[in-house]
Design a protein around this ligand. Structure first.
Ligand code: FAD
Length: 392
C-alpha cells in the first residue's frame, strides 16, 4: 500500500496479517454465518495457535510481560486487516487490557493479566446498564466496603464476550466511606458467588461471542481486587475508549477495503444490458466515492496512530480518536450500503459479504460511544482547544 509512509517492518506485519486473514479466516465466514457465528473447535484452536506463531497475540502489551510490544501504528495495521473478515473471526486475535500494566498491582498482573497475555484467561467489560449507556456517570451499580472486602451489586447489559471470558472488569459507584459516589473498577472472577447470567439476547450480527445481561448480587471480593484507587474507575474507561475508538476506525477501514474490492470485482463481471454494470456511471461513482472516503479514513487512522506513537497530548488524542472513529465508522456504513446496492439482489443474501458487513458495521456507530457522543466530544474539544491544536 502506498497511502502512508511505512517502514519495512510495518509492511511485513501488515502482509503477515493479511495472509492469515485471507487464507485462514475468510474461508470460514459462511460456515460461521450458518452456525450462529461458530466454527469447528479444532479450526478455532488452529487459528489461536496461528495468531501466536505469527507473533500477533497480545500485540498491544509490552514485551516484558510477554506481549508483542507493537507500536500503535503497527496495531492499527493489524486491526485493519482483521477488519476485512466478517463474523468477528478476527477476534481470535486477543488484545487484553493495555491500560492494565500501569495500574494493576504485581499480584493482579500475575493473576489476571499475564495469563491473559499467554491466552489462558479472557476478560470482559461490565460497564453499561439499562439506565446508563452514553451517560456512564449514571451507573447505579454499587460497591460497599465491608472490612477487608467490597460487596458489589448491580445489573450490567451488553457484556461482550461474557461467554468466552473468565473474569469481568466491573464498574460501580462507591457507597459509604470518604469516596462515596466516586467510580471504582474491580476485577471479578466469573465463578464468584453472586455473579449470575440473566440472559444472552441475540443481536444484529452473527457472532460466536455473546453480549450478556449479568446480575451482580452481593458479590463479595477481597479489597485487593479493586483496580487502582477508589475514584479511578472512569480514568480506565476513558483510556479504553480512546484505544478502542482508534481500533474500531482501523477495522472499519479494513471492512471498507474488502467491500470495495469485492464490489468492484462483481461490477466488472456482472453484465446487464450487454455491458458490465461498472460502465454505468451510477455504479462507478458509488465505487469512486467509496474509495475516496476510504483513503481519507485511512489517512486519519494511520496519522492518529503515528501521533499517539509520537506521544501526542492525551486530550488532543481524545478529540482525534473521536473524529477518527466518527468518520471511519460512518464511512464504512456508507460503503457497505453502496456495496449491497451494487450486488443487487445478491447483496441481500446472507452468503454475500456485503450483506454481512451491512449488518456488522452498523454497531461501529454505536459502541464505544455513539456518533452523537463523538460529535459532542469533538465540539467540546473544539471550544476548549481550537482548530489548530486538533487538526493543525
Ligand atoms: C453489540 C454491543 C456490544 C457492547 N459491548 C459492551 C461491553 O462489552 N461492555 C459495556 O459496558 N457496554 C457495551 N456496549 C454498550 C455500548 O457502549 C452502548 O450501547 C453505547 O454506549 C450507547 O449506549 P445506549 O445503548 O444505552 O444508548 P443511549 O445512551 O440510550 O442512546 C440512545 C440514543 O440517544 C443518543 N444520545 C444519548 N445521549 C445523547 C446526547 N447527549 N446528545 C445527543 N444524542 C444523545 C445516542 O447517540 C443514541 O442515538 C455494547 C453495545 C452493543 C450494541
Amino acid at each position: 500500500m502506498t497511502t502512508y509512509p511505512l517502514t519495512d517492518e510495518d509492511r511485513e506485519i501488515q502482509d503477515r496479517t493479511r495472509r492469515f486473514v485471507d487464507d485462514d479466516l475468510i474461508p470460514w465466514e459462511q460456515h460461521a454465518e450458518e452456525h450462529g457465528g461458530a466454527i469447528p473447535a479444532e479450526i478455532h484452536e488452529a487459528h489461536r495457535r496461528q495468531v501466536r506463531e505469527l507473533g500477533l497475540a497480545a500485540m498491544n502489551l509490552p514485551t516484558e510481560l510477554g506481549g508483542g510490544g507493537f507500536t500503535m501504528l503497527q496495531q492499527v495495521l493489524v486491526q485493519e486487516q482483521i477488519g476485512r473478515a466478517t463474523n468477528a473471526l478476527g477476534w481470535v486475535l486477543h488484545t487484553p487490557a493495555a491500560w492494565a500494566p500501569a495500574v494493576m498491582t504485581p499480584a493482579q498482573i500475575d493473576r489476571w493479566l499475564t495469563p491473559s497475555i499467554r491466552g489462558e484467561r479472557h476478560e470482559c467489560y461490565a460497564i453499561t446498564e439499562a439506565g446508563a449507556g452514553s451517560d456512564v456517570d449514571a451507573i447505579e451499580a454499587t460497591a460497599r466496603r465491608d472490612g477487608g472486602a467490597y460487596v458489589l451489586n448491580g445489573e450490567k447489559m451488553h457484556v461482550t464476550s461474557y461467554n468466552t471470558a473468565d473474569h469481568i472488569f466491573f464498574q460501580a459507584k462507591l457507597v459509604g466511606g470518604e469516596n462515596e459516589g466516586a467510580h471504582a473498577m474491580f476485577v471479578v472472577d466469573k465463578d464468584t458467588s453472586g455473579v449470575r447470567l440473566v440472559a444472552e439476547p441475540r443481536y444484529m450480527h452473527t457472532y460466536a461471542d455473546t453480549h450478556a445481561l449479568v446480575a451482580f448480587e452481593d458479590v463479595r471480593v477481597p479489597a485487593d481486587q479493586l483496580i487502582g484507587a477508589e475514584g479511578d474507575g472512569m480514568a480506565f474507561t476513558y483510556e479504553w475508549f480512546r484505544y478502542e475508538r482508534l481500533m474500531i476506525a482501523a477495522r472499519c477501514c479494513g471492512a471498507a477495503d474488502r467491500l470495495i474490492e469485492e464490489a468492484t470485482s462483481f461490477a466488472t463481471q456482472r453484465v446487464q444490458f450487454g455491458r458490465p454494470i461498472i460502465e454505468n456511471q451510477a455504479i462507478g461513482f458509488m465505487l469512486a466515492d467509496s474509495l475516496t472516503e476510504l483513503w481519507a479514513a485511512r489517512l486519519m487512522t494511520y496519522g492518529l496512530a503515528a501521533n499517539v506513537d509520537r506521544g501526542v497530548d492525551v486530550k488532543i488524542a481524545h478529540g482525534q480518536c473521536s473524529m477518527t472513529k466518527l468518520y471511519a465508522s460512518e464511512m464504512a456504513g456508507r460503503v457497505a450500503d453502496r456495496a449491497v446496492q451494487i450486488f443487487g439482489g445478491r447483496g441481500y443474501m446472507r452468503e454475500n459479504v456485503a450483506e454481512r458487513f451491512y449488518r456488522e458495521v452498523r454497531v461501529d456507530r454505536i459502541w464505544e460511544g455513539t456518533s452523537e457522543i463523538q460529535r459532542a466530544i469533538i465540539a467540546d474539544q473544539l471550544v476548549k482547544r481550537g482548530t489548530q491544536a486538533l487538526v493543525g
